[in-house]
Design a binder for this molecule. Structure first.
Ligand code: FEO
Ligand code: CA
Ligand code: CA
Ligand code: CA
Length: 663
């Protein structure tokens, strides 16, 4: 949470139903504890479901209730999924891990990736040129690519940089165009070649030809149905096919064919103007408004750069249409041009998670992180072929985009309701077909994804953040982080002010990721049994206890053995309704028993986000974003350098006995 976070302010003016109303009706009809979160796991993961590994083309049936439900390629599971001793909540300035685990810091903001580049300076005096060759700020989504497809000793760590701290400016505010370009270079993606040293610790391979910075001035290609559309042209690109930069890179995804997906989230905050608003058309104002682009002054002031007016949303009213996409990057080809995949839709993308069908179609699940926005999925037309790397390259350019509607109708035992996927297709959806003014073609549907989803009656959610697909069962989980602004009471549900958040999960009909129907449940309704021991709903679902209480789930991922890792980005006051929850944290859950156990507590002021593993699962990488106090220096006093400010960094987690993380 920071001054640039505006996700909790809705921009959805549609009359579409809110997910909370659906939950309210189910609860009032059937009773929360009978139907509610954390009670129905056995039913949820049992039944007649047969599923294959999400990363497999084999189609082998697995019993989803077998121990661990591991994905294909996962190390064998011996013992329980959760083997560590839970850590207590705290408000310290360090990373706290269970007994027997160790944390090391890697690539804090400003780490030089090439020799001859200035080291990070604590006083903000690094230049835009320095920052373009240093690791960016506010580390977020991340993925480890083994150097040879299998190494747990050497690989490319690819990570997002969501935004940056004011401390990057020597005077606390941008004072020159070099400052503004430095700000642009602190965003985007880092590709970092890393390798284990003789002591078994990870180092950066400085000057590796793989090392790369992608930022707000890197050229990328628009691909898919919206590329070249009249709404995609801009001041510097009459063709609507090339765009400079990717910004507000939040969560991520990765593909079975070895590419990285970076997700553009709060892009609106970079656009502003120094001009009169009068020249914008009503259509432009409607579209900008739905995405939060505001023709005032931006916090970043990029619109003031003398010789670059693309972020002035009055002088260049269509440039913002070229942001809000998922960008595919080939980390192994440093000269490759990143591709903005328009078929996946334009929203404030949090992250994305891929499931393969039995016949290898590619399904991409995505959340739009804003209060009252929606959950989406994309189904590729083509098929992934592990033996044809070139043929996989453009799989994300052609397919069907759907948005979710959650219903409260009777569902199978263990589920709270049914749902459907509504197709956002100009020719096949009658609502979109009838509206030629706003949606003249499929490109317009994709560029105006939010408006199209409003029109077809999608369900408003409480800020969908990360989505994760179980590697064995292909069930999908999504964090709904909170929606504290929702004040209208609705039925008997006291959770109208949703301050703690929840995790919704669904199973597609027939366990087929392309299905257009699903059944849903809540995996956990976060709450606080310390502050509200006797309040059935505010204390949370039965799998929330005084020992694991947390708020605002955000980052979410399954490891290949089927542990669900939950990262938080919420209130860390540790008092009042948040008493006993401490700093932001990471927990691990067993989706069969529904048990949730706290694994890590971050330093004060941070959020914990981004997660990836080496293939042997013995090294886990996570990110500590925007810590408040002088961290990592605070934790590792032997570190050289300034660190008078908190600095975002990657943390490498290993087990002293060399075991799998979480066991
Ligand atoms: Fe970038 Fe919604 O977190
Ligand atoms: Ca953040
Ligand atoms: Ca997030
Ligand atoms: Ca968040």
């Amino acid at each position: 949470m920071n001054e640039f976070d505006t996700d909790d302010i809705p921009s959805n003016l549609s009359d579409n139903e809110h997910f909370q109303s659906v939950v309210d009706r189910v609860v009032s009809r059937r009773g929360f504890l009978k139907m509610g979160a954390g009670v129905s796991a056995a039913a949820f993961l049992g039944g007649a479901l047969t599923a294959c590994g999400g990363s497999s083309s084999s189609g082998d049936a697995q019993d989803p209730t077998s121990p661990g439900d591991p994905g294909d390629g996962a190390p064998p599971l011996t013992g329980p999924l959760l083997g560590f001793e839970a850590v207590a909540a705290n408000t310290l300035d360090v990373v706290t891990l269970p007994e027997g685990y160790r944390a090391d810091v890697l690539i804090p903001w400003g780490t030089a990736l090439f020799s001859g580049v200035a080291a990070w300076r604590d006083d903000g005096s690094n230049t835009a040129g320095d920052q373009a060759k240093q690791v960016g700020d506010n580390h977020d989504g991340m993925h480890y690519f083994p150097i040879d497809g299998k190494s747990s000793e050497e690989g490319l760590l690819v990570l997002n940089h969501e935004y940056h701290e004011r401390t990057m400016y020597a005077s606390g505010a941008p004072a020159s165009d070099d400052d503004r370009r430095k700000s642009q270079h602190a965003h985007g993606v880092s590709v970092v070649h890393i390798k284990k040293n003789a002591e078994g610790r990870w180092d950066v391979v400085v000057d590796s030809p793989y090392n790369r910075r992608i930022h707000a001035n890197t050229w990328m290609e628009l691909t898919g149905p919206a590329a070249g559309d009249t709404l995609m042209t801009s001041r510097y690109d009459a063709e609507g096919k090339m765009v400079r930069g990717t910004i507000n890179n939040c969560g991520n995804g990765f593909t079975p064919w070895g590419t990285y997906l970076t997700c553009e989230e709060n892009f609106h905050g970079y656009f502003g103007t120094t001009s009169d608003h009068g020249t914008l058309t009503e259509d432009q104002i409607e579209l900008m408004g739905r995405y939060g682009v505001n023709p005032g002054r931006s916090g970043y002031t990029w619109e003031q750069i003398q010789d670059d007016k693309r972020f002035d949303c009055v002088l260049d009213p269509q440039e913002s249409n070229r942001f809000g996409w998922i960008v595919e990057i080939d980390p192994f080809d440093p000269s490759s041009t990143p591709k903005k995949r328009t078929a996946l839709g334009r929203i404030k993308h949090e992250n994305c998670a891929i499931a393969l069908t039995d016949d290898n179609r590619v399904v991409v699940y995505m959340g739009d992180d804003q209060a009252d926005d929606y959950i989406y999925k994309f189904v590729s037309d083509g098929y992934y072929d592990p033996n044809n790397p070139i043929g996989n390259r453009n799989l994300l350019d052609s397919g069907k985009l759907y948005v979710a509607r959650f219903g409260d109708n009777e569902a199978s035992e263990g589920f709270m309701g049914q749902g459907e996927w509504i197709l956002l297709d100009k020719n096949e959806n009658p609502v979109l077909k009838a509206d030629d003014a706003r949606f003249p073609n499929q490109a317009a549907v994709l560029i105006k994804t939010r408006l199209a989803a409003d029109a077809v009656g999608a369900t408003k959610m409480d800020r969908p953040e990360w989505v994760a697909v179980h590697p064995g069962t292909r069930e999908v989980y999504c964090t709904l982080t909170n929606n504290s602004g929702r004040s209208e009471p609705n039925g008997p549900n006291p959770r109208t002010e949703n301050r703690y958040g929840q995790i919704v999960r669904w199973r597609e009909k027939g366990a087929d990721p392309t299905a257009t129907e699903f059944e849903w449940d809540l995996f956990v309704l976060a709450g606080n049994p310390i502050a509200y021991p006797d309040d059935e709903l505010l204390r949370g679902s039965p799998n929330v206890t005084p020992d694991n209480t947390f708020n605002s789930p955000d980052g979410l991922a399954f490891d290949q053995q089927g542990r669900l890792w939950i990262q938080t980005d919420g209130d860390e006051s540790d008092s009042g309704r948040y008493e006993g929850q401490g700093n932001n944290q990471m927990l691990a859950a067993d989706p069969r028993s529904n048990e949730i156990r706290r694994f890590l507590v971050g330093p004060r002021g941070c959020e914990v986000t981004g997660i990836t593993w080496t293939p042997d699962m013995k090294t886990m990488f996570i990110n500590i974003q925007h810590p408040a106090a002088p961290w990592p220096k605070n934790q590792w006093s032997h570190l050289e350098g300034g660190d008078a400010q908190g600095r975002s960094a990657t943390v490498v987690i290993t087990k002293d006995d060399g075991g799998i993380i979480g066991t």
